[in-house]
Design a protein around this ligand. Structure first.
Ligand SMILES: *Cc1c(COP(=O)(O)O)cnc(C)c1O
Length: 245
């Protein structure tokens, strides 16, 4: 293992070849999901090309993420700045066209690294973070696309602005801070019917003139696509179960 990247390295110091069986397996999983997206889009009379599949590689062994890269996947999501930092600078140096989305909560003391590492921040959820992001993007000359995270279930423990505060917060981010707000993101409560939350997110986006909806995960991405998702965030169905030990 290389201490710097946490990646397996060969005798010449280069990366170890990824097992072709693993590449095949992950490639098949991605194809299966794409077909399901096409079917769901078709049922809703939507263009499947308007749906981007974000592969969520958090907690997965790096070989699985690299297998997805070898299978041609280029849009990825990560939850944590530290974990992203351990894989993506290396992957970016070896694979063209990577687009990396931050989909987990962002602490203000990690804003600098987040702006350096990511292309899209999906979890803008409070004024202090929005201000720090605007300042840091200005400083680095990097205008990242942003999503506002909406806590559609108004869950105590979950990040995101409440639906009632969403309009004002979107206006603040866009008009006062100059953030490039492209859409909204939500994570419905596990025990609820996700469709109600997806519908609510779509409604908030519509009345604020926002085009993108990041909603739907392994268990509910088809419903999300039927309800207008432009971005689905899928981990387990591509990479298998996460091993948190
Ligand atoms: C982990 C995670 C996902 C992917 O979840 P799966 O159920 O494994 O598809 C999607 N979105 C967010 C915000 C996540 O944290």
């Amino acid at each position: 293992m290389s201490a710097a990247t946490g990646q397996a390295v060969g005798e010449d110091g280069g990366p170890v070849a990824v097992d072709p069986h693993l590449v095949r397996q992950i490639s098949d999983n991605i194809d299966t999901i794409r077909h399901a997206i096409e079917k769901a889009a078709g049922e809703a009379e939507r263009d499947p090309a308007a749906v981007t599949l974000i592969a969520v590689g958090k907690v997965q062994p790096v070989e699985r993420v690299e297998a997805a890269l070898l299978a041609g996947q280029r849009v990825f999501g990560e939850n944590r700045v530290q974990e992203a930092k351990s894989k993506w600078p290396d992957f970016r140096s070896r694979y063209e066209g990577v687009e990396l989305h931050l989909i987990g909560p962002l602490q203000t003391n990690k804003v600098k690294e987040a702006v350096e590492l990511f292309d899209v921040i999906q979890t803008v959820d409070r004024p202090k973070l929005a201000r720090e992001l605007a300042k840091e993007m200005e400083k680095q000359g990097r205008k990242l696309a942003c999503y506002i995270q909406v806590n559609t279930g108004e869950e105590e423990q979950k990040a995101g602005v409440s639906p009632a505060e969403a309009d004002a917060f979107i206006a603040e981010c866009r008009d006062m801070l100059g953030l490039t707000v492209v859409g909204l993101m939500c994570i419905p409560p596990v025990e609820d019917n996700p469709a109600l939350h997806f519908a609510m997110l779509r409604e908030v986006a519509k009345r604020n003139g926002l085009a993108n909806l990041s909603m739907g995960m392994s268990g509910d991405f088809e419903t999300a696509v039927e309800m207008g998702a432009t971005h689905v965030r899928v981990g387990t169905a591509i990479f298998g179960a996460r091993d948190y030990d």
